[in-house]
Design a protein around this ligand. Structure first.
Ligand code: RNT
Ligand code: ZN
Length: 419
């Protein structure tokens, strides 16, 4: 069946073996926070999330400890094909007797992530990292943009600690660590001063990035947002703010686009090539917004496919586009949420690699829009599933139709016991 499918693609000038081989080289970061509803292990688990971020649903089986999260991740990774990185948040520090127990976020050290390094090393994974500027008593409610100097200082120290931790992750795992700065700083209602918080935010990021690091190893990013739950009227780190910051600091920082963080008719697929005219590198949070930044599980849908196409067309194969997933659904089995989102991102990338991009661009440049439309439509019904199956098998992971039963078994054997 694969060989028949391969021939059909060959008629359009596409080599399916090459597409499969290339996909195996593209790293995609799997976010640890799907497994425990973004709670982390450093604050009171009974307190709600704050800072413009929210999970909904109470499906049983949430990971409650680092051990549970690691075992769930381990199980998930076995169903995810391709090159994987783990995306960690500072709130996932592991405190134990060996490393002296709990410390607050401004005092975090590489040793608090040793267990994660061991986890990654054992599985040959890279790691990305995020300071956690939300769901913490020191959000007043602002963090890096707070008018309170003590608060702001605390969060700057946290950011610097995270640069050191990112550097540790990069060195230990032998691959660059993307360190993303996102804060939910903003106001529920109409503010009286929109400029002050932004000036302070800029100064705070400047101070964080004054911590020494090698930009080839640690890649700080700045992520923007339109609004968050409870911060509907004003967001300090707006699109204009973060993009301008990244543009002014190209030698030490890169812009990060989360496709849930724009107005519903804006498309990140279109923003990727716009930014790449000006930035040598960009980073992505791939998610699915339903009417707003709802962080639904990534599907194999039109915009995910279009994002993947732009990644491939614009040089994603040479590493200049850093791909990470960012969603959290607590209303369905979390392992399947993780698995489906990751597999769908892989499907979208494979679909993009199976597109004769150069031939299509030629038709566009010749203004042959009739043939362009016809071919683009025909590509949609080629036997993609056969190529996907082949890819899964060659990566040693289950094919579609085979993984869900394994998740159900894990749910019965492991997750049910957590209630
Ligand atoms: C929130 C941002 C941010 C977070 C993660 C947990 O709206 O997208 O990236 O989702 O850092
Ligand atoms: Zn994000």
């Amino acid at each position: 069946m694969y060989n028949e499918a391969k021939e059909k693609y060959a008629k359009y000038g596409v080599n399916t073996d090459e597409a499969i081989a290339k996909l195996k080289e593209i790293p995609v970061a799997l976010h640890c926070w799907q497994g425990d509803d973004v709670r982390g292990f450093d604050t009171d688990p009974t307190k709600p999330l704050t800072g413009g971020i929210q999970t909904t649903g109470n499906y049983p089986g949430r990971a409650r400890t680092p051990q549970e999260l690691m075992s769930d991740l381990d199980f998930t990774l076995k169903m995810c094909p391709g090159t994987k990185k783990i995306n960690l948040h500072a709130s996932y520090a592991v405190f134990d007797e060996e490393n002296g127990g709990w410390v607050d976020r401004d005092k975090l050290e590489p040793k608090h992530f040793k267990k994660w390094v061991d986890f990654c090393k054992k599985r040959g994974l890279g790691a990305d990292f995020n300071p956690t500027f939300f769901s913490h008593p020191k959000c007043d409610p602002l963090t890096l943009s707070s008018p309170n100097e003590e608060t702001r200082k605390f969060w700057i120290e946290h950011g610097k600690a995270c640069i050191r931790i990112s550097n540790y992750l990069a060195e230990e795992l032998g691959q660059p660590c993307i360190m993303n700065i996102w804060t939910g700083d903003g106001y529920k209602d109409i503010p009286a001063d929109r400029l002050g918080p932004r000036q302070r935010y800029k100064e705070s990021i400047d101070e964080i990035l004054s911590e020494p690091y090698d930009f080839d190893k640690v890649k700080p990013c700045v992520e923007s947002k339109v609004f968050g739950i409870g911060v509907e009227s004003y967001t300090v780190g707006s699109a204009e703010f973060t993009l301008s910051y990244a543009a002014e600091n190209k030698d030490r920082c890169i812009p990060l686009l989360d496709n849930g963080h724009y107005h519903p008719t804006e498309l990140v697929s279109d923003k990727i090539p716009a930014l790449l005219v000006f930035f040598p590198e960009i980073a992505l949070h791939v998610t699915r917004g339903v009417r707003w930044d709802s962080d639904h599980v990534v599907l194999f849908d039109d915009e995910t496919k279009e994002i993947a196409k732009e990644i491939i067309r614009c040089g994603g194969l040479d590493g200049k586009i850093k791909i990470a997933l960012d969603y959290f659904d607590a209303s369905i089995n979390r392992i399947s949420a993780w698995t489906m989102g990751f597999r769908n991102m892989q499907k979208a990338l494979l679909f993009a690699l199976l597109t004769p991009n150069e031939a299509l661009a030629k038709l566009q440049n010749e203004s042959n829009f009739t043939e362009l439309m016809a071919v683009q439509e025909e590509l949609k019904t080629l036997p993609f599933g056969e190529i996907w199956d082949e890819y899964c098998v060659s990566c040693g992971v289950p094919k579609d139709g085979d993984w869900l039963n394994e998740v159900k078994r894990y749910e019965n054997d492991v997750l049910k016991g957590r209630i």
